[in-house]
Design a protein around this ligand. Sequence first.
Ligand SMILES: Cc1ncc(COP(=O)(O)O)c(C=O)c1O
Length: 385
Amino acid sequence: MSRLGTESAFEVLVRARELEARGHDIIHLEIGEPDFPTAPHIVEAAARALQDGWTHYGPPAGLPELREAVAADVSRRRGIPVDPAEVVITPGAKPILFFTILALVEKDDEVLYPNPGFPIYDSMIRFVGGRPVPYSLAEKINFDVDVAEIEGKITRRTRLIILNSPHNPTGGVMSYEQVANLADSLAAPGRQEIFVLSDEIYNRLIYEGEHTSLAQFPGMKERTIILDGFSKAYAMTGWRLGYGVMRADLAQQISLLMTNSNSCTASATQIAGVAALRGDQDCVTHMLEEFRRRRSVMVDGLNAIPGFRCRQPHGAFYAFPNIAGTGRNSRELADALLTQAGVACLAGMGFGKWGDGYLRFSYANSVENIKKALDRIGSWVKKNQ
Ligand SMILES: Cc1ncc(COP(=O)(O)O)c(C=O)c1O
């Protein structure tokens, strides 16, 4: 248990709520969830499902209706054939991460993962006794994945490579060329046994360019586990609904882990998922356009604060400014902004050692609140220079 890590977003949220309970006014830019309500047609589908008796256990791998809808959607969006037997539905996408690492990584196996990156990667690798091998996402190359660095870190013991595009916390998006280069590299002799967990949870939230999945490249689908879900694209974080797409034999094992843990994902929630995938997609487009507007307010505002330097994120809804110019470390600054300026954000250190010197701001909040937060940060920095 001592090897298990955490996600600072939830810790900061708890702290911020405590401060609010004591009368502080806090602007929440810490937690990674759309502030939009779930679209009415999705909510109605779930309400109807409950009334129609979808109140019982279902198959551990998910309802056939939803597995089919996911297979069709993933197939259409990525241009690859996907069979429903290759889909496992889980309560949120996070269990796909947990189960994949549990299923594939043995003691001392090496796992490559992005740093800075989603903290659960490092936590889970350590938890199962694997060896975490971080690869860097450097600001100087626009937080891009350096495929040569990944190649240089592959050894005989490499079992799994974790990709995350669009990326939390940097907002970086892997280009077609980068993914193609990685696919080429993994096709080399001696590398055939390496699996890839491709965390694509933000794939519908891209502002420039298009999403590319490693699974699209020849020979890669069999070795790739796509992680995706409903939390971010359909503003359904609290519903807990996600999925993994992987070869059918692995899907059976992951389903077995579902049988042993959750039994199944809530049935009415899965019916809502079918409505989300098959229904009108305007809710996704509308949210993306609104995020685009907020992104400029956030990035321009951060760049106007002395000591802050922020690149334009290309996907997801996070700004990840370099704050080295303030002369403070990221934890110290995030703490001060929370307690003294009333702005909750996350220290880059919470995303790994190479995240120090940065803060993560979620711009899944209103333009009005973002502007207010920027004013508060600006005034605090001016006062405390
Ligand atoms: C990179 C990344 N992967 C996976 C998840 C998990 O998503 P879910 O809420 O569907 O479990 C998140 C959520 O913050 C995330 O940022």
